[in-house]
Design a binder for this molecule. Structure first.
Ligand code: CND
Ligand code: ZN
Ligand code: ZN
Length: 375
C-alpha cells in the first residue's frame, strides 16, 4: 500500500535530553510539504558532531532526531519539487545549497545562509517540524535528522546520486569524507610537495589525510593522543604519526622542529580550543595555512597574539569541506564509483540501527572510526 500523502509510523532514535542515551521510539513522520522530500533511510554514519550535541557542546533544540551523514531513497515529494523523484537514491545535506543567497551566489562560499547552524531552530525551512512522538513535536537537526527510518528534508538539502552507488558506503560522503577531503583540497588548497599536520585521526581527520595525499603532499604528520589510530592513518597516507603525550615540550614546537620552521598546512580536526591554537602556531609564520575543521565547544572564545597572523599566516575554517553541497555531492559519489578515493578503510563497524547507543560508545572509547548503522 502506498504511503504517499500519509503519515508514516516508524522507528527513530530520539534524544530527549543531553548526556542521556538515545531512546528508540515509534515516531510519526508527516508527509512532505511543498519543496520538501520524504526519504526512506538506508544507512547512516555516526559523526562526532552528533556526539557534540549529546555532550552539550553543540547546542540544538531538544527533543530532537540527530544524524547528518546518510544515504537513502526518496519515498515521496512535495509540491514543486523538481530535482529528485520517488525511487531516487539521495544523500541528505546538512549544509544546504539554496542557490539564491549571497553565499550560494559567491563562487567560493558554501555555508548557505539557510543552514540551520545559523539559527539552531531545529526545524525545516518553513519553521515547523514533521516529526511527532508521544504527541509531542520532535525537532529536526541540521535539516537532515537521519537517525530515523524515514525523514523529511527541504529540497535545498538533498542531492540525487548515482543509482548504482552502495548507500551503506557513500553515506560517508554526507559528512565525514567530504568534510575532511574538501578541507585539504578545497579549503586549505594543499600543494604538491608540501608538509601537512593533521590534528585528530578520526573519520574526518583521516579524510583530511586522504585529501592531503591526493593533493600531492610530501609529508603528512598525523597527531593524536590515541596511538591506536596511527596504523590506519599511515595506511591512508600519513608519513609520520606522533602523540603530544610523548613530548615534554608543546606539540607546536615539536612540529616546527620536525618541519624545519613550521608546516605548510595544518588542520584541527578534533574540536578543542587548545589544539586549534597549537595547529595555528605549528604552521609556518609567513605562509602557513591553518584550517579549523573541528566543531568548537559552544560559546567559548580564543584569544591570540595578532603577531601570529601579522607575518602572513592564514587562519581559516569551513563546514562540509568548503563544497557547495548540491553541486558537489553527486560528483563526489561519481568519483567514488570511479575508484578515485576509498571509503572502506573509514568504516570499521556496521551495526543495525537499533544498536545506535553501542555505536556512540564505540566512538567515545576510540575503538571505531566510522560505524555505519543500517536500517
Ligand atoms: P573523532 O572523535 O572520530 O576523532 C577525533 C580524534 O581526535 C580522535 O582520534 C581522538 O583520539 C583525537 N583527540 C582527542 N583529543 C585530542 C587531543 N587533545 N590531542 C590530539 N588528538 C585528540 O571525530 P570525527 O573525526 O568524527 O570529527 C572530528 C571533528 O570534526 C569533530 O569536532 C566534529 O564535530 C567535527 C566535524 C566538523 C564538520 C564540519 O563541517 N566542519 C562536520 N562534521 C564533523
Ligand atoms: Zn544559499
Ligand atoms: Zn559530521
Amino acid at each position: 500500500m502506498s504511503t504517499v500523502g500519509k503519515v508514516i509510523k516508524c522507528k527513530a532514535a530520539v534524544l530527549w535530553e543531553i548526556k542521556k542515551p538515545f531512546s528508540i521510539e515509534e515516531v510519526e513522520v508527516a508527509p512532505p510539504k511543498a519543496n520538501e522530500v520524504r526519504i526512506k533511510m538506508v544507512a547512516t554514519g555516526v559523526c562526532r558532531s552528533d556526539d557534540h550535541v549529546i555532550s552539550g557542546s553543540l547546542v540544538t533544540p531538544l527533543p530532537a532526531i540527530l544524524g547528518h551523514e546518510a544515504a537513502g531513497i526518496v519515498e515521496s515529494i512535495g509540491e514543486g519539487v523538481t530535482t529528485v523523484k520517488p525511487g531516487d537514491k539521495v544523500i541528505p545535506l546538512f549544509t544546504p545549497q539554496c542557490r539564491n543567497c549571497n553565499v550560494c551566489k559567491h563562487p567560493e562560499g558554501n555555508f548557505c545562509l539557510k543552514s540551520d547552524l545559523n539559527f539552531s531552530r531545529g526545524t525545516l525551512q518553513d519553521g515547523t517540524t514533521r516529526f511527532t512522538c508521544r504527541g509531542k513535536p520532535i525537532h529536526h537537526f541540521l535539516g537532515t535528522s537521519t537517525f530515523s527510518q524515514y525523514t523529511v528534508v527541504d529540497e535545498i538539502s538533498v542531492a540525487k546520486i548515482d543509482a548504482a552507488s552502495p548507500l551503506e558506503k557513500v553515506c560517508l560522503i554526507g559528512c565525514g569524507f567530504t568534510t575532511g577531503y574538501g578541507s585539504a583540497v578545497k579549503v586549505g588548497k594543499v600543494t604538491p610537495g608540501s608538509t601537512c599536520a593533521v590534528f585528530g585521526l578520526g573519520g574526518v581527520g583521516l579524510s583530511v589525510i586522504i585529501g592531503c595525499k591526493a593533493a600531492g603532499a610530501a609529508r603528512i604528520i598525523g597527531v593524536d593522543i590515541n596511538k591506536g589510530k596511527f596504523e590506519k592513518a599511515k595506511e591512508l597516507g600519513a608519513t609520520e604519526c606522533i602523540s603530544p603525550q610523548d613530548f615534554k615540550k608543546p606539540i607546536e614546537e615539536v612540529l616546527q622542529e620536525m618541519s624545519g620552521g613550521g608546516v605548510d598546512f595544518s588542520f584541527e580536526v578534533i574540536g578543542r580550543l587548545d589544539t586549534m591554537m597549537a595547529a595555528l602556531s605549528c604552521c609556518q609564520g609567513a605562509y602557513g595555512v591553518s584550517v579549523i575543521v573541528g566543531v568548537p565547544p559552544d560559546s567559548q572564545n580564543l584569544s591570540l597574539n595578532p603577531m601570529l597572523l601579522l607575518g602572513g599566516r592564514t587562519w581559516k575554517g569551513a563546514v562540509f569541506g568548503g563544497f557547495k553541497s548540491r553541486d558537489s555531492v553527486p560528483k563526489l559519489v561519481a568519483d567514488f564509483m570511479a575508484k578515485k578515493f576509498p571509503l572502506d578503510p573509514l568504516i570499521t563497524h556496521v551495526l543495525p540501527f537499533e544498536k545506535i547507543n553501542e555505536a556512540f560508545d564505540l566512538l567515545r572509547s576510540g575503538k571505531s572510526i566510522r560505524t555505519v548503522l543500517t536500517f
